[in-house]
Design a protein around this ligand. Structure first.
Ligand code: RAM
Length: 345
């Protein structure tokens, strides 16, 4: 390989990746080993490709991946676009394919747009693990799902219903418009609201693009457009923290409820000062850790991603691949004033 050190710094890796790509023709074949779809069972070079860099959620998930890779003696790197766009991810996939990495762990910005690049990577023997946000199931080897989508949707609807007395107008502040994870959760939230909460009206779904400032501005706009809004659900750690920051110093603090998916470290102040009552998430570090062990098992050929395949995931124990090549991490967890001090991520 190209001698990337463990925990290669992002900027250095990105710069190196570009220069290596220019001279690396043929390297994938030399390093990719056993031909189409085969891969090299000893090539434990695993690169994390999040939706975007600079998001505390992915800093934590990818650190979990780095810890796992250090445990089993592989080589960790992280690369990714500055904003959550599929185009940005495609160029990284192409470069990593040319470099002949063993596996890429991707949180996908689009269900379809990455699939051609992923197909070329897999043809060259690179294993593809999606985590957090999936592509279409037939374009990757395995998806590491943070929790069942139904459970993630329900916990957010239950929380907002509880916080607004099960009645009134609510809006959703989401991530990017093409995000498979948020879009799946939004559809299920809509269904749950319609079936079980007849007095809650979902008036709008807006997109902050997993960008802090855009999410902040979209929150302000929502509150201006719907002065009688009772609550906001933000199923993204970037959105919920930006919305909380807006509410904290506004006239709406304590009047408009905010819940969704957040990290305890980003939400701690807002929970402690009453801007937010409760929100949910899973442990992103465990998600990345599990994705790294799944990548190892694929590279070593102990699993192919077929339903029923079993693999060892270090401290997390043993996991079994379910339907559609999906591995489930566990259940989401609710954070509030009573427990938030117990968490540090
Ligand atoms: C943001 C991203 C990520 C999502 C979390 C909840 O960090 O959109 O994909 O899973 O929020």
């Amino acid at each position: 390989m190209f001698g990337f050190t463990k925990k290669a710094r992002v900027g250095a890796f990105a710069a190196l990746a570009v220069s290596v790509a220019l001279v690396a023709t043929g390297c994938a074949a030399a390093d990719g080993g056993s031909g189409e779809g085969g891969g090299d069972a000893g090539n434990l070079s695993i690169t994390f490709l999040p939706k975007n860099l600079g998001n505390a959620y992915f800093d934590t998930s990818d650190k979990g991946g780095a810890d796992a890779i250090a445990e089993f003696g592989g080589t960790y790197a992280e690369v990714g676009p500055a904003t959550g766009s599929p185009d940005g991810q495609v160029s990284y996939i192409n470069t990593l394919t040319q470099q002949g990495v063993g596996a890429i762990a991707i949180s996908a910005n689009d269900p379809d747009a990455l699939c051609d690049a992923i197909g070329e990577a897999r043809d060259a023997g690179v294993k593809i693990v999606t985590f957090d946000a999936d592509t279409n199931p037939d374009c990757r080897d395995i998806f590491i799902n943070q929790a069942e989508s139904e459970g993630i949707a329900k916990i957010q609807v239950d929380l907002i219903a509880e916080q607004i007395g099960d009645a009134g107008k609510v809006a959703i502040l989401s991530a990017t418009a093409n995000a498979t994870n948020q879009n799946a959760w939004i559809e299920l939230m809509k269904a749950d609201l319609a079936a079980n909460h007849p007095n809650i009206e979902l008036v709008d779904v807006v997109y902050g693009d997993d960008d802090d400032q855009t999410s902040f501005d979209k929150t302000a706009a929502l509150l201006q457009t719907y002065p009688d809004l009772k609550g906001i659900i933000s199923p993204t750690t970037v959105g919920i923290s930006a919305a909380a920051r807006y509410l904290q110093t506004s006239e709406f603090k304590g009047k408009v409820a905010l819940t969704g998916l957040g990290t305890p470290n980003q939400m701690r102040d807002y929970v402690n000062d009453g801007t937010v009552t409760a929100f949910a998430l899973w442990n992103p570090a465990d998600l990345g850790y599990l994705a790294a062990y799944a990548a190892k098992a694929l590279i070593e050929g102990t699993i192919t991603g077929a339903e029923g395949d079993k693999f060892d995931a270090g401290n997390l124990g043993s996991y079994t691949v379910g339907k559609d090549g999906t591995v489930l991490l566990g259940d989401p967890y609710t954070f509030n004033k009573d427990n938030i001090a117990d968490f540090n991520f």
